[in-house]
Design a protein around this ligand. Structure first.
Ligand code: C5P
Ligand code: MG
Length: 195
């Protein structure tokens, strides 16, 4: 069996990571694993040991301790072990996330690159507020949580993106445009990587 390939997908909340990942899945056959979605699923499980902790972190826009997130990601990868290309969306979001991944998963996979959706924070915040108003049902698509999520992005996630830039591993996409225009840029990247 070949080593699973991984692409990390990062960008501010509302940059369109999830939307673009779904399109990548359809066109290029990757498995999409969203750290945020996995945490929300875990939170929703009746009797989950971590449900309340996860909810309080999500509402406060804080990054859940990596032991929880990484084990959810590993379990999800294992469940799809017949697949060997994974888009890991919204991870690693902090130094704690990065260290946890490097300690437990990194050596078992090949990280291809980091796909970074670059988008001004004001636009991102507006998108999330619109998503909340349209009934996303997310407990963090409100202005109080969003201000905290943006702060966390700047203080914790931006340094991770910088770290991968220094390793020359970041492919940046302009995420301000329409869904289809952004995806055109994405396809230029994916058409040029060897499968
Ligand atoms: O990526 P998404 O916007 O769905 O993430 C929602 C929330 O989930 C984050 O604001 C954070 O509280 C939590 N999260 C996390 N660690 C990650 C990804 C998401 O704690 N790696
Ligand atoms: Mg998402």
């Amino acid at each position: 069996m070949s080593v699973p390939k991984v692409i990390f997908v990062l960008g501010p909340p509302g940059a369109g990571k999830g939307t673009q990942c779904q399109k990548i899945v359809q066109k290029y056959g990757y498995v999409h694993l969203s750290a945020g979605d996995l945490l929300r699923e875990e939170r929703a499980k009746p009797g989950s040991q971590y449900g309340e902790l996860i909810e309080s972190y999500i509402r406060d826009g804080k990054i859940v301790p990596v032991e929880i997130t990484c084990s959810l990601l590993e379990k999800a990868m294992m469940a799809k072990s017949e697949m060997n290309k994974f888009l890991i969306d919204g991870f690693p979001r902090s130094e704690n996330n990065l260290n946890g991944w490097n300690d437990s998963v990194d050596k078992k996979v090949k990280l291809l690159f980091v796909l970074y959706f670059d988008c001004p924070l004001e636009i991102c915040t507006e998108r999330c507020l619109a998503r909340g108003a349209a009934g996303s049902g997310r407990s963090d698509d409100n202005i109080e949580s969003l201000n905290k999520r943006v702060k966390t992005f700047l203080s914790e996630t931006a340094p991770i993106i910088q770290h991968y830039k220094e390793l020359d591993m970041v492919k940046t996409v302009d995420a301000t445009k329409s869904e289809d225009e952004v995806f055109t840029e994405v396809t230029e990247i994916f058409d040029n990587i060897e499968a």
